[in-house]
Unconditional design. Sequence first.
Length: 352
Amino acid sequence: MKRRQLLRHAIALPAALPGLASSRALAAIQGGPRVAFGIAAQTRQLLTDPGFRDAVVRECDILTPELEMKWGFVEENQGSANLAPADQMSNFARRFGKRMHGHALIWHKSTPDWAASQMMTNPDWRIIDAFIQRIVPRYAGVVESWDVVNEPFADNGRPDGLRVSPFLTAFGPDYIRRAFERARSLAPTAKLYLNDYGFLYDDSESEARRTAALRLLEALKKHSVPVDGLGIQGHVDLERTGTFRQETFARFLKSVADMGCAIRISEFDVREHETAIPVEQRDALVADATAAVLDVAADCPALVSVTCWGLSDRYSWLPLPSETAGLNRGLPLDSDLRQKPMYRALMKALRR
Ligand code: G3I
């Protein structure tokens, strides 16, 4: 898309408003917080909803495209190139001085069907390489970090804890090294992340995923694979917070940091289940769960940013058990863009 076309979608600069982004900018001048705040959003939300757009401009430092840089979105059919929405978001980021995090180069759930089936019948790395090459250099000036491999772990009965995906089946575990090395060759200064969920709880499932992640990071580092850090998605489930222990999580963060890896909390949100209680009580539970996780994360010197998977409940991807229950309230702003206790818990953690 040409610059003139992009500018057609450009958006008027909202008046300066007090928010997380500006308060951190001020704090930075005063030698303040090192942890940036990000959100995931969709281009159409930014382009069609001025109130939401202003809130994003006001609150966040780093933008992650929720859909627009995924392979299945960009190249649903072989040879198609749906890049306009990602171009529009990167244009928005440039215009408003936001940093961008690219999400995600390799993810089994966003692999187009045609690519997955080609990989399985004819494991040719050029299929993957063409996508990485198409997308990484295009956003070189604005995307400062990438999820290179997303969600590589699963309980599929393998001793290494790796997910049996089309990538693993076609190329073996070496697909991870190849993806990082290719991303590095195309984006020499970007920070490159492995990103996954399921590291939070003090149970055997999370323990197995933590162990698998530490072993993989250790092996990648040992072989000088250019991985800069670990993205811990941080989708919190209120049904499981009883098994969250701060000591266990802190120990995991320290092990990651000790390997020289940076840490992002990359997709933070809180999933509710109980909606038949007063809204104040729901919000307090969400805020408590936020503080429990983010206070520990903020105490880790390797933490560089916290990204919420959405800013406002208006666009939450999280469902509630019943259609009549309204919206899940697990994001910092409510559906009218008002700050909730979760917002304050988040801000407090970022200021630690
Ligand atoms: O926009 C179309 C709409 O036009 C169509 O009518 C509708 C019918 O299904 O689909 C809409 O697209 C959906 C899109 O979300 C927009 O809401 C896609 O089907 C749906 O697959 C897509 O889901 C996204 C999912 O990743 C898969 O890409 C979620 O929004 C997004 O929040 C989710 O994000 C993932 C991270 O990438 C990785 N970690 C987990 C996280 C949550 O699942």
